[in-house]
Ligand binder design. Structure first.
Ligand code: SAH
Length: 201
């Protein structure tokens, strides 16, 4: 993983206007998870962007690490932590190679990252998550859903694809219809998502 290898992601954080997903507050679905007491212990936010969901978990007392390939996103996440007086680690790293971090966590958050990977990287990503999540640890993953009409945005994911990706070494506990809030795109501020709760065996 190098900064140069992912210029397109960094560019999405250095443009004048925030990217559609970079809403400046945590996703409501993750606020609900936090309210249910699920974002606890050592938490990794994989592909954390500018860190809103990671900082949500940190504000509730979790020991949080956020990683992203975009240095500009990590810089912004660090600045937010400091502005808000919150403690969290933010590092530039590749979600496809988490084993290199020498990290073990109780909980993983994925808000809008699984759906960026192509078929080949999907298997790599799931193996990478397994390398840092302790046995019986939980992964909460929200991705674009096939129920979202149109072609704008990332690839749509079917619930069966999630089940297939996590079929070996994991227990998919629930997949529920949810929504991403986004900055307006053609007047749209919400898109259909799947929220999956997945436990590592
Ligand atoms: N979770 C954030 C960002 C979602 S957008 C949020 O909810 O706001 C997808 C994010 O994945 C971007 O920040 C992008 O930089 C990051 N990303 C893409 N490929 C990655 C990879 N291989 N490793 C780590 N992060 C990656």
């Amino acid at each position: 993983m190098t900064e140069q290898a992912h210029p397109e992601w960094d560019a999405s954080y250095t443009a004048g206007t925030p990217a559609p997903w970079d809403i400046g507050r945590p996703q409501p679905a993750f606020v609900r998870l936090a309210d249910e007491g699920r974002l606890t212990g050592r938490v990794l936010d994989a592909g954390c962007g500018t860190g809103e969901n990671a900082l949500l978990a940190a504000s509730r007392g979790a020991d949080v690490t956020g990683i992203d390939v975009a240095p500009a996103a990590i810089a912004r996440a660090r600045a937010k932590a400091s502005e808000r007086g919150l403690t969290a680690r933010f590092e530039v790293a590749d979600a496809l190679d988490l084993g290199r971090l020498s990290l073990t966590v109780d909980t993983v958050i994925d808000s809008g990252v699984f759906h960026v990977f192509g078929d080949d990287d999907r298997a790599r990503y799931v193996a990478s998550l397994a390398a840092v999540l302790r046995p019986a640890g939980a992964c909460y993953l929200m991705c674009f859903s096939d129920q979202q009409p149109g072609t704008w945005g990332p690839r749509r994911v079917r619930a069966e694809e999630l089940r297939a990706a996590f079929s070996d070494g994991w227990a998919v506990e629930s997949i529920t219809a949810d929504t991403f809030e986004i900055n307006p795109v053609d007047g749209t501020t919400q898109v259909q998502a799947w929220l999956a709760a997945i436990r590592r065996n």
